[in-house]
Design a protein. Sequence first.
Length: 212
Amino acid sequence: MSRLRFDITITLDGYVAGPNQSVEHPLGEGTAMLHEWVHKLRTFREMHGDAGGETGINDDVLREAFENRGATIMGRNMFGGGPGPWSSENPWNGWWGDEPPFHRPVFVLTHFAREPLALGETTFYFVTDGIESALAAAKDAAGSMDVGLGGGASVANQYLAAGLIDEMELHVVPLVLGAGERLFEGVTGLNLEPVRTIEGPGVTHLKYRVAT
């Protein structure tokens, strides 16, 4: 059965993005260190069409996170383009250029309808009728494979609060932001079963199974 798996990089004080997010600062201010651990990895570079990169513990964890993933769900903020209706004159097509790194169907949660957007091997579908509808569509697209949940914190918190996430992995970096988008905000009664803890260069990987 297809599972909903969630992995995200998080600070020691629980933030996945800093304050004042914008086109210039998509992850907010003060977040330069947040994803340093992942940008240098071979798997990350391969996903973006680049050669080289580091191997080792962190690369193994990242590669595993994308194995058996047949579809992805993300929020409007992660896709980008700002709030409000989509612009027909200057449409926003994401942060990733003409060859997004997903190579699978991606379902974007939004309040504003938009036709599907095909870029390279990735097609973005814009879902306006809620998290359960997006999950049903993603599971249908994924078939026997799992569905991956991307950011941001708001979308993750909605799925966590609804009890729809089966497994999650937090990549904890030694950074304190003090403000921004915080994971687990408003989420209560979450029962987590530890699966493993892996210490890598500059980051600790914590995997949990969400108990029912």
